[in-house]
Design a protein around this ligand. Structure first.
Ligand code: KIV
Length: 290
């Protein structure tokens, strides 16, 4: 389905054509897995800007304003330095640019781990400032009480287990998880704890396939895989990775395009034309009326 946008200058909103159906809701996403089966896998991609959201929205069920924006947008070395302000601002842009998908916003490192009260304050601020529908946080059993606390107070939570990038300093890197029995058991019990606490979906990142499948079967809510398994109830990728914006991507990323190469070629042509004074041409130049 291809969507075009018309700018409504009175509201500054870019309205999509054709007009999309109503926005999906968290309960509808949760209900896509019935009795352990998800007939239609959930489609999620990251989005950080309004225009990106406009382009992705019609194709996705969920848009994730991931804290991966630290590396992708801000050139930071990891997600650790990402702040609540960054997340709130980008989430607001994504909500403005979307009409159909459920927008989920990542809780950044340091904004929720100290207590469930701290988590509520941060999550409430993100939802109030942006209009997003739900938050995502990393961690399993250790976060279950917080997930229940938020959920009971009107904040839907997406969990995130396996490779949890905010814990890079404890994990020592971004290698796949679940290769030892102890790690595998922990991933499955983390997923179960989040499910029991009321998480509406759980991201399983960088986990060996049999354990991703076991965790998916062990929980009643949908799982969303990234570097996990096609048997998860949905999939997510960082949009810039799958579009080919970066030279280096993790092994689990499929590059659907080579956008960086297209940009490089296009900008080289522009630079050449500017230097040759062939841009702007007649069509791009104003002349006095005759
Ligand atoms: O921050 C992010 O983009 C994420 C996804 C990779 C799941 O958490």
């Amino acid at each position: 389905m291809s969507t075009t946008f018309q700018l409504d200058t009175s509201t500054s909103r870019a309205n999509p054509t054709p007009a999309p159906v109503r926005r999906l809701t968290v309960p509808r996403i949760r209900a896509r897995k019935k009795d352990g089966v998800t007939e239609k896998p959930l489609v999620m991609l990251t989005a950080y800007t309004a225009r990106q959201a406009q382009l992705l929205d019609a194709h996705c069920d969920l848009l994730l304003v991931g804290d991966s924006l630290g590396q992708v947008i801000y050139g930071l070395p990891s997600t650790v330095p990402v702040t609540l302000d960054m997340m709130a601002n980008h989430a607001a842009a994504v909500v403005r640019g979307s009409y159909h998908s459920v927008v989920v916003v990542d809780m950044p490192f340091g904004a929720y781990e100290a207590s469930k009260e701290q988590a509520f304050e941060s999550a409430a601020r993100l939802l109030k400032d942006s209009g997003a529908a739900a938050v995502k946080l990393e961690g399993g059993e250790a976060m279950a009480e917080t997930v229940a606390f938020l959920n009971q107070r009107g904040i839907p939570v997406m969990g995130h287990v396996g490779l949890t990038p905010q814990a890079v300093n404890v994990l020592g890197g971004y290698a796949a998880r679940g290769r030892s029995d102890a790690e595998a058991d922990k991933i499955v019990s983390d997923a179960k704890a989040l499910d029991e606490a009321g998480a509406f979906a759980i991201v399983i990142e960088g986990v060996v396939e049999p354990i991703a499948i076991e965790a998916t079967k062990a929980v009643s809510c949908p799982t969303i895989g990234i570097g996990a398994s096609a048997q998860c109830d949905g999939q997510v990728l960082v949009t810039e990775d799958m579009l080919g914006m970066f030279e280096r991507v993790p092994r689990f990323v499929k590059r659907y395009e080579e956008i960086a190469g297209i940009i490089d070629k296009t900008v080289a042509t522009y630079a050449e034309e500017v230097r040759a004074r062939t841009f702007p041409g007649e069509e791009q130049t104003y002349q006095p009326k005759k």
